[in-house]
Design a binder for this molecule. Structure first.
Ligand SMILES: *Cc1c(COP(=O)(O)O)cnc(C)c1O
Length: 231
């Protein structure tokens, strides 16, 4: 198992390095977030032993449980799943990053609940670039207002934008959605918001995302294997 995990991590690292090379970008411009949802704390500990430091969780209960079980490790915890208002406190107390802000109310609660002795919580606004009704994320036309309202809140630091493009066989469509997120971030930067993060790209499409400017890719199954959702 250790062998498999370390080999998969190396393979993902090699894919990222090659994608950066092709895009004419430096390899250290793109951070790797290991998405560990549904996998046990022991798997994260193994990945940590291979040098991985940033882990992404989608469910508050899993974040709470694994951050407790792994409190001896210097893990950077990212919360990337839909976040209900009544569950923000654990995230405000345990996470270093939240990628899935799609309402001001959630950002306000995280801001109010972030402990004063902790550094600011890093936030990304999630944008529904595909327009699918089933997807979370704010509408592209609402992203700027949300970002402007969030950036002034204490206890948090707005870092950038996040998206999950429509899955499917059409890379041109996906590239266009990644490019749309990048354009939105550039527009906000032109307005003076200091955004440095484009959280986009997963196991199947990280090369496309890197080509379109991703600074952080969120990779799950290519590292940990296929997920079993029966939990
Ligand atoms: C599960 C998940 C990922 C990782 O997906 P893979 O296809 O397994 O790499 C990335 N981002 C979000 C928001 C996710 O929920």
């Amino acid at each position: 198992m250790t062998d498999t995990l370390s080999i998969r991590l190396q393979q993902v690292g090699a894919r990222l390095a090659e994608a950066c090379r092709r895009a004419g970008r430096a390899p250290d411009e793109v951070a790797l977030l290991a998405v560990s949802k549904t996998f046990p704390a022991a798997d994260l500990r193994e990945a940590y032993a291979c040098g991985q430091r940033a882990f992404g969780e989608n469910y508050v209960q899993e974040l709470e449980q694994k951050s407790g079980a792994l409190s001896d490790l210097a893990i950077e915890w990212h919360f990337i799943g839909p976040l209900q208002s009544n569950k923000t406190r654990i995230v405000a107390e345990r996470a270093h990053w939240v990628h899935s802000i799609d309402r001001l109310k959630t950002a306000e609660r995280l801001s109010a609940q972030r402990p004063a002795d902790m550094p600011p919580l890093n936030l990304c606004v999630q944008v529904n670039v595909s327009g699918e009704a089933s997807k979370s994320g704010c509408a592209p036309q609402d992203a700027a207002a949300l970002a402007r309202a969030a950036v002034v809140l204490p206890g948090i630091r707005l870092r950038g934008l996040m998206c999950i493009p429509e899955p499917g066989p059409d890379p041109v469509r996906q590239a266009a959605q990644f490019a749309a997120l990048r354009a939105l971030a550039e527009q906000l930067r032109a307005e003076g918001l200091a955004l440095d993060t484009l959280s986009m790209g997963m196991s199947a499409d990280l090369e496309l995302a890197v080509a379109e400017g991703a600074t952080l890719v969120r990779v799950g199954s290519a590292i940990f294997g296929r997920r079993d959702y029966q939990h």
